[in-house]
Design a protein around this ligand. Structure first.
Ligand SMILES: [Fe+2]
Length: 493
């Protein structure tokens, strides 16, 4: 009780309010005290902006009923505002619902890389430039300039230059990038092996020198405004890691309270929620994991998730994607959660299950959901980037995915990728929102016209994260207005 009182007082202070002793007792006696407090604060902010000390009379104004014995212990009854003429609009691209399998032969790998190259080539060709093939450039006269679309096979650092071994669908060639061009060197340092890019070259004495490099990227402005879109909100979260001793149940409960807080105009209009994977901590995901587990079977962990998610208001459509800790094959693209576990979750409410990655259209907005396994590789290879400064660098890391137009540009590092006939990790259609997780560091912002989100985590710092100096953003949810695409990062404490 003492702890609850402290929480109430602190929460009020954070919002700039002092509570009288009587006000504290009333709030404390409610079924959902913190939710009640937030409703009171929201009311005061809008209707009584002059109030800074909250007493019982203010609480009565909000609508808590009294009887002779005092205040009735009940939730504040507030009518939910129905959204006029609104019906959920949600569509999942079924390519991201399948369970892909491979034989493991060389042709599958060749076809996978061919698909990657061809898809990204067609994105680059839309820029309207004219591109040449390596085979023709090799035969071209000295001094001629041309532009190639290539996959980067290798970068070799020399004293005076960086050598790029590249390939297209006709041949392979070595390109020389002189280091004296510092702007070019800076761009080349950011290039990742296996990515597809454009290269401007000039032929001097049978050597192809790099003049410039450019990524597929997205245009500065590409989105048209849809004035008729309804003003509804989506909440993006990820990385609950239920089953871990480090799961922050208390913060999760505060999040649930907030979701039920119908005084907040934005919360009232939340109709969708996406979880971008790692709903459970899993079992045997890393060595000696059992020491860090509260529940040591995946079934127990799922049963716990089922209870935790059952309290998400029923009018919110809940979409669940997959992460590397979830009980699904690890290689991308990952299929949706297996039936056995879906059944456990569906005991209490409905869900929409999708794979990882997944393209979902919600209210005509294209949302690309991707857990983010490859972010580890990008952090490792991108210059001046590490886990210990990820809070500052996460933006650059996420931008890299959009610039490369690929969710896992580097092949064969820490991100297992299934060589499917079609490379589903190419970002073919530009998303309105890219929703990622995995690295447990929250971010919400824009790159050009794309909303970039990493939705943080609900798990305290793990021992591995402590070793690499990663400070997770614990207890975060990102709220996006689907009409305006404005974003807010909410931190629950
Ligand atoms: Fe995670």
């Amino acid at each position: 009780m003492e702890l609850l009182r402290k929480k109430i007082v602190e929460e009020a202070l954070r919002e700039g309010y002092n509570l009288t002793a009587e006000a504290i007792s009333i709030i404390e006696s409610q079924q959902k005290p913190l939710e009640t407090l937030r409703q009171i604060i929201n009311y005061l902010k809008i209707s009584r902006p002059e109030v800074i000390v909250v007493d019982s009379s203010h609480i009565m104004e909000v609508g808590l009923k009294t009887n002779e014995a005092g205040y009735i212990v009940s939730d504040i009854m507030i009518e939910k505002e129905p959204l006029e003429e609104w019906a959920p609009k949600i569509e999942v691209d079924d390519k991201f619902l399948k369970n892909y399998r491979i034989e493991g032969n060389i042709t599958e790998f060749q076809n996978y890389f061919k698909s990657r190259y061809m898809k990204l080539k067609s994105i680059l060709e839309k820029r309207g430039e004219s591109f040449s093939k390596i085979i023709d450039v090799l035969k071209s006269p000295k001094g001629s300039e041309s532009t190639l679309i290539v996959m980067l096979l290798e970068k070799i650092e020399k004293e005076q230059s960086i050598i790029l071994q590249v390939e297209d669908d006709t041949s392979t060639v070595k390109l020389v990038a002189p280091k004296r061009d510092s702007e070019l060197t800076r761009k080349i340092e950011r290039l990742l092996v296996d990515q597809v890019l454009g290269v401007r070259v000039v032929k001097v004495n049978n050597v192809l020198f790099v003049r410039d490099v450019f990524m597929p990227d997205v245009p500065l402005k590409w989105r048209s405004v849809n004035e008729n879109a309804p003003e509804v909100y989506i909440v993006l979260i990820s990385d609950l890691h239920v089953g871990s001793r480090k799961f922050r149940r208390d913060l999760w409960e505060n999040f649930l309270d907030w979701l039920s807080n119908t005084r907040d105009a934005e919360v009232k209009r939340i109709r969708y929620m996406i979880i971008a994977g790692d709903i459970v901590d899993g079992v045997g995901v890393f060595p000696k994991q059992d020491r860090e587990l509260e529940y040591t079977s995946v079934t127990q962990q799922m049963e716990e998730v089922a209870k935790l998610l059952s309290e998400v208001p029923k009018e919110i459509k809940l979409i669940i994607s997959i992460g590397n800790h979830d009980p699904v094959v690890k290689a991308l693209p990952q299929p949706p959660l297996p039936k056995k576990y879906r059944k456990i979750l569906e005991k209490y409410r409905e869900y929409i299950f999708v794979g990882n990655p997944a393209v979902i259209r919600v209210e005509d907005r294209r949302i690309l959901v991707y857990h983010g396994q490859s972010l580890d590789d990008i952090i490792q290879y991108l210059p001046n980037t590490s886990y210990s400064i990820l809070d500052r660098e996460i933006r650059n890391v996420l931008e890299m995915l959009i610039q490369c137009r690929h969710l896992a540009p580097i092949y064969g590092e820490n991100t297992p990728i299934l060589p499917t006939p079609e490379d589903l990790l190419v970002i073919e259609d530009i998303p309105d929102i890219l929703h990622t997780g995995h690295v447990h560091v929250a971010y919400a912002g824009n790159y050009r016209d794309v909303v970039l989100v990493n939705s943080g985590t609900w798990q305290e710092q793990t021992s591995y994260q402590r070793e690499v100096g990663l400070e997770p953003t614990v207890g975060t949810a990102v709220l996006v207005n689907l009409k305006t695409l404005s974003v807010k990062l909410k931190k629950f404490t």
